[in-house]
Ligand binder design. Structure first.
Ligand code: NAD
Length: 477
């Protein structure tokens, strides 16, 4: 079935509409595909009350039962892959094959977190014989979470999966521009028998919702994925109310191409990954630092392949890259390209918006960028690749580490010595060598420096959703 879902809020186990709505656009043709209800203050109060009740039930539900509900919901989402993928492509623009992959990836996050639910082990601390010290990892409490527009299904899955596996209730404000992924998740959990109030889904003006929800007493954790600027703002609000945060923020991923690899193979792998999601990924490979020996061959192969990437409506199976998700990305990309061009960079592919209906921007390759080109500092969050030569690995590492970001980093090398140096010296939460995959469900993902705080996924993923309690129990009075 391929229909765009009826957009509603999900509060206390029920779907509800709102008198106030805003349109959701298809970025491929700018048509209106749905009207999104906007939560009013009363809806947020209902969501808070529901999350308190939901938390009472869910935190006392055994981890095995929580896992069973999560696995059932994930199985339903797998069954509904076509319907969910269609909605994602319609509202976000990405090619339908990538939308299907996103649904699978979202399910993998739920399945991994469900399996981890039964492993939030505490410990017993050795002590005198008549006293016992027991460390418990308890659910932290209701979570206020905010997910962005670039992955409509797998971004909400990260937050909901962590919270639910740990035994927490959650109020998620998903993206107003791409709401369908989160709506499908809520639908699957509803159908899987999740108790009312455990998962609540709202939409509205992001700043109004975050500024209202975060200070509320029942909220015990703030989880956000988005830009560093907004992450700092929300962390400030949370700090004023002494709430912990989980922040997955911006990146500007470096790719170091060492002198011992095939430059053509490295270039072709890189183009395919750069085109994924039209580059709108916080881990997208962006700053390519290529050893000067390979620079000409790598750059030429990269640009040649980039020019062949077919851009168009993501529902067309022949398309390799869809539109960018909103007009803000077009404006940002045009500004970065024109600034770099004015400062002497070479434009080897793309560089200008395609047509004037739908937000199409080609895979764009810039080389020989001066240090003061804005693109070398500002995360492009779009299909923009920046290629510069480096003299040595030390030079490359220094440049890679020169920004305040530290989310994902990549390198191509066959040398164990290079790989060791990269693993030790790159300032990032994730470094991938000879692969441009930055994270999978079973590995911890997150940033250092201004790329954020905390980890999602892996064995570390549930730690932010739990608090440690020590129980000291003397056997006699
Ligand atoms: P933006 O900074 O306005 O918003 C980023 C995200 O935060 C959006 O999802 C938005 O709805 C949300 N947001 C904004 N203000 C908020 C607030 N006060 N309270 C709660 N949520 C709020 O920028 P944008 O144009 O939507 O996105 C572009 C930038 O965002 C990119 O340059 C990129 O750095 C970042 N981004 C990062 C990710 C990621 O996966 N880390 C995803 C999407 C966007």
């Amino acid at each position: 079935m391929t229909t765009y879902p009826d957009l509603q809020l999900y509060i206390a186990g029920e779907w509800r509409k709102s008198a106030e709505t805003q349109p959701v656009l298809n970025p491929a043709d700018e048509s209106v595909i749905g009207m999104l209800p906007i939560a009013r203050r009363a809806d947020l109060d209902d969501a808070l009350a529901a999350a308190v009740e939901g938390h009472k039930i869910w935190s006392r539900t055994s981890p095995a039962k929580r896992a069973a509900v999560m696995l059932k919901a994930a199985a339903l989402m797998r069954e509904r892959t076509e319907e969910i993928a269609y909605a994602i492509t319609l509202e976000h623009g990405k090619p339908i094959t990538q939308a299907r992959q996103e649904v699978q990836r979202g399910c993998e996050f739920f399945e991994w977190d469900a399996a981890e639910a039964v492993r939030t082990y505490g410990r017993v601390i050795p002590s005198e014989s008549d006293i016992r010290y027991i460390v418990l990892h308890q659910p932290i409490g209701p979570v206020a979470a905010f997910s962005p527009w670039n992955f409509p299904m797998s971004q909400p899955a990260r937050k909901i999966g962590g919270a639910l596996a740990a035994g927490c209730s959650i109020i998620l404000k998903a993206s107003e521009e791409t709401p369908a992924g989160a709506i499908h998740i809520a639908r699957a959990f509803h159908d899987a028998g999740l108790p009312a109030g455990v998962l609540n889904l709202v939409f509205g003006m992001p700043s109004e919702i975050s500024e209202y929800l975060i200070p509320q007493t029942p909220i015990r954790l703030v989880a956000f994925t988005g830009s560093t600027a907004v992450g700092k703002h929300l962390t400030g609000i949370a700090a004023r109310h002494m709430k912990p945060v989980l922040m997955e923020l911006g990146g500007h991923a470096p790719v170091i191409v060492c002198d011992d690899v095939d430059p053509i193979a490295a270039a072709l792998t890189s183009v395919a990954r750069k085109a994924r999601n039209a580059g709108q990924v916080c881990t997208s490979p962006t700053r390519f630092f290529v050893h000067e020996k390979l620079y000409a061959a790598f750059t030429e192969a990269f640009a040649e392949r980039a020019r062949t990437i077919k851009v168009g409506n993501g529902l067309d199976p022949a398309i390799q890259m869809g539109p960018v998700a909103n007009h803000r990305r077009i404006d940002a990309l045009e500004a970065l390209v024109s600034d770099a061009r004015a400062k002497g960079a070479r434009v080897l592919a793309g560089g200008e918006r395609v047509g004037n209906r739908g937000y199409f921007f080609p895979l764009t390759v810039l080389s020989d960028l001066p240090d003061d080109a804005q693109a070398m500092h500002v995360e492009p969050f779009g299909p923009l690749a920046l290629i510069n030569p480096v003299r040595s690995l030390d030079d490359a590492i220094e440049q890679a580490n020169s920004l305040p970001f530290g989310l994902a980093a990549y390198a191509f090398t066959h040398s164990a010595r290079n790989a060791h140096q990269l693993s030790e010296c790159i300032e990032a939460g994730n470094i991938s060598i000879n692969t441009l995959e930055a994270s999978v469900a079973e590995t911890p993902f997150g940033g250092v420096k201004e790329s954020g705080y905390g980890r999602e996924g892996g064995a570390e993923g549930l730690s932010h959703y739990t608090v440690v309690k020590n129980v000291s129990h003397r056997m006699t009075l």
